[in-house]
Design a protein around this ligand. Structure first.
Ligand code: MG
Length: 311
């Protein structure tokens, strides 16, 4: 098959450029049963950087007992050029994690809030009010320390225990993250239940709450096959930041029914066909995904990498 594919058909109403936050080294690997050693995690990040990705989640400062896959993230940061144009955010769940990240030289950090009470208790181990206050305090402290802060919201489009989630609750939580200094709020479809109209409704709520669309990112999962449709819906609303994971690896280890992240290659194939620039080389990402599959000893959730490489 020709490498001139996909054919280019621009949609003038859509953004001309989008940024991809590559989450495989953190969100992806933490859901895998195999723990990769630091040199392999570093090689993954270097390969993704070479492919043109400029925002790559590098790890997290969490307890290695809770998440062994992310142990020794400090050594990962030691191996990265943190002064380069690329950004390598690390997840910090609490004040101690933030202090460790700062000591390791992190420039970019992420904080996590739940939108629902059940997920807060199951994943973050405390009430929604307590975990929200804690997350916002970490965001404010990181901002004060001069770091860039990305805020993640979980269960934005549905909760496995509670069911429906009110878009107004999402807007309120997003508002608080922005007020705490977050430059980006990533809306997590943690269990993949969102549909395109739902995405529109949530984005409308955020815009009505005064949150600039430029500070919104979408984090989709492909549980019900809706990930790309949801991305397209967000593009129509002007969203220009999307999270994706090479090969589609990762899910959410704390949410039953959660399956893989949107694959970076799936996203790139659509954006390339729409003429939306990303600066990312789809073949280089696909080759990295196949290499990663070998390292993990598991097949990739997405078939797109092998399709790209067999052209
Ligand atoms: Mg995810």
């Amino acid at each position: 098959m020709s490498t001139d594919l996909p054919q280019l058909f621009r949609q003038p109403a859509l953004p001309s450029h989008v940024s991809i936050c590559e989450v495989s080294p953190r969100d992806g690997l933490q859901a895998e049963s195999t723990t990769l050693p630091v040199p392999v995690r570093l090689e993954l990040i270097h390969r993704l950087t070479e492919a043109g990705l400029t925002s790559i989640e590098a790890g997290s400062f969490v307890s290695p007992r809770a998440v062994p896959q992310m142990a020794d993230t400090r050594s990962v940061l030691d191996g990265l050029d943190l002064d380069s144009a690329a950004t390598y955010p690390v997840l910090v769940p609490n004040r101690r994690g933030l202090d460790d990240a700062i000591a390791a030289g992190a420039v970019d950090v992420s904080v996590f809030l739940s939108v629902t009470e059940s997920f807060s208790q199951a994943n973050l181990g405390d009430s929604l009010q307590a975990t929200t206050e804690r997350g916002l305090e970490v965001a404010r402290a990181a901002t004060t320390a001069g770091l860039r802060v990305r805020g993640y919201l979980s269960m934005v489009f549905g909760d496995p225990w509670e069911g429906a989630v009110d878009p107004q609750d999402v807007a309120s939580a997003a508002r608080r993250l922005v007020d705490a200094g977050c430059t980006t709020v990533s809306l997590g479809d943690t269990i993949g239940t969102a549909t395109p109209g739902h995405v529109t409704a949530v984005l409308d709520s955020l815009v009505s709450a005064g949150i600039p669309i430029d500070s919104v990112a979408l984090h989709t999962h492909n549980t019900y096959g809706q990930a790309l449709a949801n991305v397209y819906s967000a593009l129509q609303a002007g969203v220009r930041q999307f999270d994706a994971s090479a090969g589609g690896i990762g899910g959410c280890p704390f949410a039953r029914t959660a399956s893989g992240n949107l694959a970076t290659e799936d996203l790139l194939w659509m954006l390339d066909g729409l003429g939306i620039s990303t600066g990312v080389d789809i073949e280089a990402v696909a080759a990295t995904s196949q290499w990663l599959s070998d390292q993990l000893g598991t097949p990739l959730p997405s078939a797109t990498p092998s399709a790209v490489l067999s052209r």
